[in-house]
Design a protein around this ligand. Structure first.
Ligand SMILES: *[C@@H]1O[C@H](CO)[C@@H](O)[C@H](O)[C@H]1NC(C)=O
Ligand SMILES: *[C@@H]1O[C@H](CO)[C@@H](O)[C@H](O)[C@H]1NC(C)=O
Ligand SMILES: [Zn+2]
Length: 365
C-alpha cells in the first residue's frame, strides 16, 4: 500500500507536460473585459478601496457577484479579521480576505486531501495619496485572476469528470490538484511600511491556516501545507516589466512561466512590443540568482515554509504609489499579455491538456 502510493506520487511528478502550441494559441487575454472605463472585470475595481470604507465593500461585491453568477462551481469563503492601524486610532479596521476555490468533487468532503495551485493578489488600495487608485497595485492583477478562473473552468470540469469516470477519484497528488485564488485585503501600509503596518490580511490568513489542523488521516496537515505553490501577482500592468526570479526553491516554476512567455512571443501571441522579456531569468541557473528581496503579501506565508513565486517587477513601475497609477496609465497590451501568460501557467500546472484525446488520453493516473 505504501509502495503503491509512493510510486503514484513519483509518476505524477514526472508527468509535467508543456502545453502544445495549439493550446497556447487558444489562451485568451480577456480582451474588452479589461477596458478601464466599462470592462466587466477591471472597471469596477478602479475605485478607491481602502479597508473600512465603502469602496472595500463595493469591490468585494464585485468579486462575489462574479463568481456566484458566472462561476458557480467555485466556492467563495471569507477570512475576516480586524486590527488597529497607526492612522485610524481606536477604530477596529476590517480586513477581509476572499478565498475562492475549485477542487475535485471528491476532495470537497475530505478536508486536507486537495493540493492547491494558489494565486494571490491584494485588492485593497492605499490610504494616501488621497484618491489613489492602484491600477497596477493590484486592481489589474485581481482582474487577471478573475479571467484566469473562467479560462480554466470548463477544462477543470472535464478533467475531474474524466478522473471520476476512470474510477480513480483521488488519492494521488496529481489527481487531487485544485486551484485557489486569494484576494487579499490590507496589503498596503496605512502610514509607513512596517512589520505591523502592512500585509494585515495575509498575516491573519497565514496564521489562521497555520493553526488549523486537518483530520488525522489527511494528505496534508494544515491548509498551509495544501498550497503547492503560492504565486503572488503585484504591480503588473505597466509597459516593459522585468521580473527576476527571486527564490531558488521555486526557480524551476519561474522557468516554466518564462518558457511560456518566450514560446508565446515566438508564436506571435503576445501584443506588447516589450523592450525585453517580462521574465528574463528563464535561462539562468538557480545558483546564479540575485538576492533582491521585496516585502509583500507572500512574506507571512514564506516564513511558514510555503513555496513562493513572486511576480513583481524590479524596478517597480514608474507610477508606483503615485496618483498616476490609474486606469489611464495602464499599458493594456501588457495587461492582456500577463493575463495570457499566467493563465497558460495554470493550465500547464493543472495538467489540463492531459485529458485531451490527441495527447494520450488515460495514459496515467
Ligand atoms: C481551440 O479553440 C477552438 C475554438 O473554440 C476549438 O475548436 C479547439 O478545439 C481548441 N483547441 C484546443 C487545442 O484547445
Ligand atoms: C466576512 O466579511 C464579509 C464582508 O463584510 C461578510 O459578508 C461575511 O459574512 C464575513 N464572514 C464571516 C465569516 O464573518
Ligand atoms: Zn502598493
Amino acid at each position: 500500500m505504501l509502495l503503491i502510493r509512493l510510486l503514484s506520487l513519483a509518476s505524477s511528478a514526472l508527468a509535467y507536460q508543456k502545453l502544445s502550441d495549439d493550446w497556447l494559441k487558444n489562451v485568451t487575454s480577456g480582451g474588452d473585459d479589461f477596458d478601464v472605463h466599462n470592462g466587466a472585470l477591471l472597471a469596477p475595481l478602479l475605485i478607491t478601496r481602502v479597508p473600512g470604507t465603502p469602496g472595500q465593500t463595493k469591490v468585494q461585491q464585485h468579486f462575489v457577484n462574479y463568481f456566484s453568477t458566472q462561476l458557480p462551481s467555485w466556492t467563495v469563503e471569507w477570512q475576516n479579521s480586524t486590527d488597529k492601524t497607526p492612522k485610524t486610532g481606536d477604530r477596529d479596521i476590517p480586513f477581509q480576505n476572499l478565498i475562492i476555490r475549485r477542487e475535485p468533487p471528491w476532495t470537497r468532503t475530505r478536508p486536507g486531501q486537495a493540493n492547491y495551485l494558489t494565486f494571490a493578489a491584494h485588492y485593497d488600495s492605499k490610504l494616501e495619496p488621497k484618491g489613489f487608485i492602484g491600477a497596477t497595485d493590484s486592481a489589474a492583477p485581481c482582474a487577471m485572476l478573475m479571467h484566469l478562473a473562467r479560462s480554466i473552468d470548463r477544462r477543470l470540469t472535464e478533467r475531474y469528470d474524466k478522473l471520476n469516470s476512470n474510477g480513480e477519484p483521488g488519492g494521488t497528488m496529481s489527481s487531487d490538484m485544485g486551484v485557489q485564488i486569494l484576494l487579499l485585503d490590507g496589503e498596503e501600509a496605512f502610514d509607513r511600511w512596517t512589520a505591523t503596518d502592512s500585509v494585515y490580511g495575509s498575516r491573519s490568513l497565514s496564521q489562521e491556516w497555520e493553526n488549523t489542523f486537518n483530520p488525522a488521516m489527511s494528505s496534508y496537515k494544515t491548509p498551509l501545507d495544501q498550497i503547492s505553490i503560492f504565486v503572488l501577482l503585484d504591480l503588473l500592468g505597466s509597459a516593459n516589466p522585468s521580473i527576476p526570479s527571486y527564490f531558488r526553491t521555486t526557480h524551476w516554476a519561474y522557468k516554466n512561466m518564462a518558457t511560456i512567455e518566450s514560446r508565446m512571443r515566438g508564436l506571435g501571441l503576445l501584443e506588447s512590443d516589450s523592450e525585453g522579456p517580462f521574465l528574463p531569468d528563464g535561462e539562468i541557473d538557480a545558483k546564479e540568482l540575485g538576492t533582491t528581496y521585496i516585502g509583500d503579501d507572500h512574506e507571512p506565508f514564506m516564513h511558514k515554509g510555503v513555496p513562493i513565486l513572486h511576480m513583481i517587477p524590479a524596478p517597480f513601475p514608474m507610477v508606483w504609489h503615485t496618483m498616476d497609477d490609474d486606469g489611464d496609465h495602464l499599458h493594456m497590451p501588457t495587461v492582456r499579455d500577463w493575463s495570457k501568460i499566467v493563465t497558460a501557467f495554470a493550465m500547464e500546472w493543472l495538467d489540463l491538456m492531459e485529458l485531451e484525446p490527441s495527447s494520450g488520453q488515460g495514459r496515467r493516473i
